[in-house]
Design a protein around this ligand. Structure first.
Ligand code: SF4
Ligand code: SF4
Length: 120
């Protein structure tokens, strides 16, 4: 829905990547009849040659494929490998069997670079 609304594209980490904040966003929904203008759908990845998330993934769960609209998630990320590694990391670090990793999120340059939208 977000790519159809022109908010961003799906990155090589399988997450929605927005131009201003990368994956560092949280989506919510609101029902309204306000006359809002929709953005133009984004149909192709803008990750280019970046592989930061692919190389950072400790599970080798990311294929490195460039997303395009309609592509199956399995072509980008092996969610079972990802989930198993998250459990392993957290159990080793805390003794608690829960899923948390986010390395593919943290390294994304779209989340790390200065953005005009965030200028004071
Ligand atoms: S959350 Fe961790 S294990 Fe899963 S794809 Fe991202 S970096 Fe890999
Ligand atoms: S780290 Fe690079 S390849 Fe991964 S989602 Fe961000 S821009 Fe795309």
């Amino acid at each position: 829905m977000a790519t159809r609304a022109g908010l961003g594209w799906i990155g090589k980490n399988g997450l929605l990547i927005t131009p201003a904040l990368g994956p560092a966003i949280r989506l919510s929904s609101l029902l309204t009849d306000a006359p809002l203008t929709a953005g133009a759908p984004i149909d192709r990845s803008r990750c280019g040659g970046c592989r930061a998330c692919v190389d950072a993934c400790p599970a080798q769960a990311l294929t490195g494929a460039l997303w395009q609209a309609g592509m199956a998630r399995e072509m980008i990320v092996d969610v079972e490998k990802c989930y198993a590694k998250q459990l392993e990391i957290m159990e080793r670090a805390t003794g608690i069997r829960t899923d948390l990793c986010g390395k593919c999120f943290a390294v994304c340059p779209y989340a790390r670079r200065p953005s005009p939208d965030r200028a004071p």
